[in-house]
Design a protein around this ligand. Structure first.
Ligand code: SF4
Length: 425
């Protein structure tokens, strides 16, 4: 469900990197949306949203492809009787979970996912998970996190899910690299091959592909964030003794090289071994980008705050494709995690954090950009005003990280411009 939330007004302000802080009405998806890419990762997990019919519609329509497969998510509907306090929601939830697990013995990890309605009726899902664990562990582990629109924007659903997993990971102080953040399997395999080629063999990924294959964590773990929205997960990992490898994010050839390089340096890989492992893939990525540069260079782009990928994207589009980002908005700016990105981002781009929708729309209209990156809720009205838009959610559904996806990432931005040109003709 796309939401428009009026937050308390606060003065706009700037800091040393000229960040425009916006607090007002915002237009973003909620954290339930993350289920749509997370369910592809841990293939024996199940996501049970405890929410309303609206929540059910959101994930059903966003993940319509699932009608062809055994579903890996569902919604336990909180109805009028629950809302009126006429039924014990905990009893009903236990009954739904028991029925589900009896029918689906393939489920090894069950996430109870909180929503706005479950928060409104103050249903404590962490206690429900503990209670259900006493019944179903060790065959099935039950965890909970919140995907509520009151608490999360759409990529924060992944952060909340992974943060819930970290305390349950096995312990080991052995030296290892842990890549954190959901990546398409094809991208994960490419990175694993590149790490192996440079001599880095103890590499694990979170989330894993199976619930029974959780990576261990401890003082020997150095973790590398593959996604920029994993603040809570990072904090949980550090509580387990892991240390973060600072790096930009693996979008585009430059971002991917610096990201891989940071890991290589942290593990003492020699520059020669790094070059030998990555050289050919870098060249392939650069050739793929060249195909799109003519179409994108010189074009002006405006990024509304939505996925938290906006700053790495603006860096990629400006430095590797010659675009001009007039504004890059982000729902939240984590200065530490984003430090290496901000160091690369040209000063000319306006950075904004949070949202005050009407003001931001005014700035966008005044700039008349060639392309606008925004959520689905804004795309249609902006197209009706004659602007060309790109849905930010596509950047999460599509494999975009790494050398071999750099061209595909550029094409995602070129395609709406081509469509607009054809319509004009
Ligand atoms: Fe809407 Fe909240 Fe349900 Fe998300 S969690 S679909 S914002 S009601």
């Amino acid at each position: 469900m796309s939401q428009a939330v009026a937050a308390p007004a606060a003065p706009e302000g700037c800091d040393e990197r000229q960040v425009l802080r916006q607090r007002g009405q915002r237009e973003v998806f909620c954290g339930l949306t993350g289920i749509i890419w997370l369910h592809r990762k841990i293939q024996d997990a199940f996501f049970l949203v405890v929410g309303s019919r609206t929540c059910a519609h959101l994930i059903q329509s966003a993940a319509g492809v699932m009608i062809f497969a055994e579903p890996r998510f569902a919604t336990a509907i909180i109805d009028d009787r629950d809302l009126a306090g006429l039924a014990d929601a905990n009893d009903e939830l236990d009954a739904v979970v028991t029925q589900l697990l009896e029918r689906r013995p393939d489920i090894k990890l069950l996430f109870l996912v909180g929503s706005c309605p479950s928060e409104v009726i103050k249903l404590d899902l962490s206690r429900a998970a503990q209670r259900l664990n006493t019944q179903f562990a060790p065959t099935v582990r039950v965890l909970s996190y919140s995907g509520s629109g009151i608490e999360t924007t759409f990529t924060q659903g992944e952060d909340a899910c992974l943060a819930a997993l970290v305390p349950t990971l096995p312990s080991s102080d052995d030296s290892q690299l842990l890549v954190v953040g959901a990546l398409a399997d094809v991208v994960e395999d490419q990175f694993a091959r590149l790490f192996a080629a440079m001599g880095l063999t103890k590499v694990r990924f979170l989330p894993p592909r199976q619930a029974g294959d959780m990576p261990p964590v401890g003082r020997g773990t150095k973790y590398l964030l593959a996604q920029p929205f994993l603040t809570d997960t990072a904090r949980e990992l550090e509580e387990r003794g892991a240390t973060r490898i600072a790096a930009p994010f693996p979008l585009g050839v430059e971002g991917t090289t610096l990201w891989l390089q940071a890991a290589a340096t942290a593990f003492g890989i020699t520059p020669a071994a790094f070059r030998a492992a990555t050289e050919m893939a870098q060249e392939r990525g650069k050739r793929a980008l060249a195909l799109h540069r003519d179409r994108l260079a010189g074009k002006r782009i405006f990024l509304f705050p939505d996925s938290q990928l906006e700053i790495p994207l603006a860096r990629f589009l400006m430095r590797e494709l010659g675009m001009t980002a007039v504004e890059a908005g982000t729902p939240y700016l984590h200065r530490q995690h984003m430090a290496d990105e901000l160091a690369l981002l040209p000063e000319s781009v306006t950075l904004s954090e949070g949202q005050d929708l009407e003001r931001q729309l005014d700035r966008c209209r005044a700039e008349k950009p060639d392309l606008v990156v925004c959520g689905l809720g804004l795309a249609n009205p902006l197209e009706a005003e004659g602007m060309t838009t790109k849905w930010s959610i596509e950047l999460l559904f599509t494999p975009v990280q790494g050398y071999d996806q750099a061209g595909d990432l550029a094409e995602l931005f070129a395609r709406p411009l081509v469509r607009r040109t054809r319509l004009a003709v």
